[in-house]
Design a binder for this molecule. Sequence first.
Ligand SMILES: [Zn+2]
Length: 128
Amino acid sequence: MESIQREQKRCVYCGRYYKPDPRTRKTQKSCPEAACRAKRKRQSQRKWTEANPDYFQGRYEKVKQWRERHPDYQRLWRKRVREIQDKIPPPEPVRRMVFVIPEKMLQSEIQDEIRLVRQSGCGFYVPG
Ligand SMILES: [Zn+2]
């Protein structure tokens, strides 16, 4: 019994005994249950924001300056993410939508067109 108690810890949140990870045994406070881990995380995040109250304040000015110095960053990041997503095969078969649109159409107008076709069900699908 004593050896079991030495190996096990009591969860601060649900009160059940659990076997802590040997690497974090001293600091681990919750059992591996998702609900208890979520409570633990919320509590520790709250504690951290209370200890660092102005950490998230007034950051936008710095972000804004950084973005001005790196104007292409977001565009390139989006492109890279899109490329990664395109490499992952979709879990379900997809349909291809082909649009015939004027060359000078703006991106927002193209998005509106796509939305319109989706909503109305007009247009036709080309499989593949
Ligand atoms: Zn627990």
